[in-house]
Design a protein around this ligand. Structure first.
Ligand SMILES: Nc1nc2c(c(=O)[nH]1)N[C@H]1C(S)=C(S)[C@@H](COP(=O)(O)O)O[C@H]1N2
Ligand SMILES: [Mo]
Length: 234
């Protein structure tokens, strides 16, 4: 993908966004080479969907898309699993690290148009935390709570998928502060605004609470393969 194409796509996205507040400040991304991109464009996932969702361009490195940062220090980390659960949890960084750790390899898709393939992470499946907390029968959604009131929500059915996790390590190093360190959520099959950085809480609820971007014109379902970028009602 040549840069002109990438830029014209951005102009298109910006136009499509209309009055919506910008979700990030896209710079000029380092895109993967033309030959590799062609190869990737034809690649399919195990579930049969294309590796690169429609309207996305593969880039070389994760971008720092901003947001109001929380403390990057593990000593300051605190995670509450609460709401409609039988056993609320309150974990510090050490307690999180004492849980079963897993490695994840996934692709991430930012609504501004970039896709990072084969990112490698380490952390704890959200399913494991929810299993410990025991959601009530009527529980249906998970609100992921981050520093300074940033929130995002996903259906519980999505949250318990084995590839949805809290990450503290990216590409073998501690997750950098700008990318949400010490701990962020990663929800690979939704646009990246569902992957809250600087996570502080997992709140289980029976009625959905659309989050920061979801109440500012962005899609609540956020499925990259359906190009659910913006909400219809705006
Ligand atoms: N707490 C918090 N999490 C956040 C955001 C934010 O502003 N605050 N921005 C979201 C958006 S729009 C994107 S694209 C990704 C960007 O993550 P990155 O900066 O690691 O690329 O984080 C998401 N998580
Ligand atoms: Mo984003």
């Amino acid at each position: 993908m040549r840069e002109e194409n990438l830029l014209s796509r951005r102009v298109f996205l910006a136009a499509a966004a209309g009055a919506v507040v910008s979700i990030g400040l896209p710079g000029v991304f380092a895109t993967v080479g033309e030959a590799r991109l062609q190869e990737l464009a034809e690649a399919l996932r195990l579930d049969g969907r294309p590796r690169i969702p429609p309207g996305q361009t593969a880039i070389e490195h994760i971008e720092d898309m901003g947001g109001r940062p929380g403390s990057p220090r593990p000593e300051d980390f605190r995670l509450r699993v609460h709401g409609e659960v039988e056993n609320p949890l309150d974990l510090d960084f050490e307690a999180l690290m004492a849980l079963e750790q897993r490695d994840f390899t996934c692709d991430i898709h930012c609504v501004t148009g970039w896709t990072l393939l084969d990112s490698t992470w380490r952390g704890v499946p959200i399913a494991l935390l929810l299993d410990k907390a025991g959601p009530a029968k009527k529980a249906r959604f998970l609100v992921i709570e981050a520093a300074h009131g940033y929130t995002t929500s996903i259906p519980l059915t999505e949250a318990v998928k084995p590839d949805v996790f809290l990450a503290h390590t990216l590409f073998g190093s501690p997750l950098p502060g700008p990318n949400g360190g010490p701990v962020r959520a990663v929800v690979p099959d939704r646009y990246f605004y569902k992957s809250a950085k600087w996570v502080q809480g997992l709140k289980v609820v029976s009625t959905d609470e659309p989050g920061f971007w979801e109440t500012r014109g962005y899609s609540n379902s956020a499925d990259p393969w359906k190009e659910e970028r913006y909400s219809r009602s705006r």
